[in-house]
Structures are given as C-alpha cells and as structure tokens.
Design a protein around this ligand. Sequence first.
Ligand code: C5P
Length: 221
Amino acid sequence: MKNKVIAIDGPAGAGKSTVAQLVAAGLEYIYIDTGAMYRAVAWKALRENDTVFLTDDFIIKTVKNMDVRLQYADKTTKVYVDGEDVSDHLRTPEVSKVVSQVAKLAPVREKMVFLQRKMAENGAVVMDGRDIGSNVLPNADVKIFLTASVEERAKRRFEQMMKKGYEVDLLKLKEDIENRDKADMERTISPLIKTSDAILLDTTSMSVRQVTDVILSLASK
Ligand code: C5P
C-alpha cells in the first residue's frame, strides 16, 4: 500500500490524539501531534514571562528564538524545546488556557506549519490538529473531522486529567473547552473548519476501537 497521509482535525477533547496514535500504530506510520507543538510555544512563553499577562509581542519573540522538535518512537511522542524534553508539561490547565492565544498569531503558525509539512513530506503519516486538512496538508489522502458533543468531550478530558492526578472541575473544564473551540473557530488565520472533502465522524456514542476501525478502513481504500 502507498505511503498515505491521514489528516485528523476537530475540536478540543474529541479524542483525536488517542485515535490518531492507534491508526498510526495499525498502519506502522508516524504520528504527529500538532497541538503539542503549539502547546510547546505556550509552555515556553509562560515559563519566560514575568508579567501577569502574555502579550502577543512576547509570544512572537519567544517563538522566533526557540527550537521545537517532535520525536515519535515506541508509540509515544516526545516534544523537545531547545533540547529539553517538555512532553509532560504540555497538558496542564495553565498551558491549555493560553494556547489558543498563542496559536492565532501568524509568526507562530508560519513556523509550526513549515515544520509540520517537512515532517510529512515522505508520507506514511497521521497528523492531527485543527487546520491539517484545510491548510497544512490539503492533499491528504484521507481527511477526517472528528467531533463529539461538548458534554462528552468534557467528560473524557475530565477522566483523562483525573487519571493524571490533576484536580479538575467538570463544569469548568466544559467551559474551557467551549472557550478554546470558539477561539479556534473564530480566529482569522487557519480557523478550525470542516472542509467539504473531510469525513465527519461524530464519536459521541462510538468507542475508540470503532472510530479507529472506520479510519483504518478508509485508509485501506
Ligand atoms: O490538540 P490540542 O488540544 O492539544 O491543541 C491545543 C491548541 O493548539 C488548540 O486549541 C489550538 O489553539 C492549537 N492548534 C492549532 N492548530 C493545530 C493544532 C492545535 O491552532 N493544527
């Protein structure tokens, strides 16, 4: 089978990364978590910031002076910022809160999209995010728009965070997800949209296995 490119987009907490990793493992492809790249920029900006709010200028200065690398091995993605493994610091509530502000800035997106296209140039890749099918890899062989009700997405995120030992409030989490989706859908550059050639998968009542199997079967055509 040809080395295909599979793009999975969708709102926060839809299960994109879980499913994308299983699809990548099933096809022996690499998995690229583009959300982790935007989170890495947010993480570095937060670490270096010494004022109450992050300004757009500060974020732009940060992204210009940083090196972001993804390494996918043994079915796990590691994210390096300036050589430091920051993988375990990217899914905190603090990073989630500012990541959409970071991701709406043109210099941030230009740098990340350049790196993403480079990582996908040889195919055999599953990439997930918000603008993969619409902008990063518009010629992808399979385009999926993965979604689920906001209640279900908040519940899944809640369970994920609890497992990792974070104290979280379900209603607050739902509100944060709604705010992030709104920011991602309403931004000017590469907003989250479902392209007309993407296949919509509403996973509210589907298991991870079912969703994975649907995508694997689309990829085999
Ligand atoms: O996928 P994840 O929830 O980790 O993404 C974090 C944030 O990164 C999103 O809310 C969005 O603001 C940004 N993002 C993006 N474009 C992508 C992937 C993520 O703008 N391709």
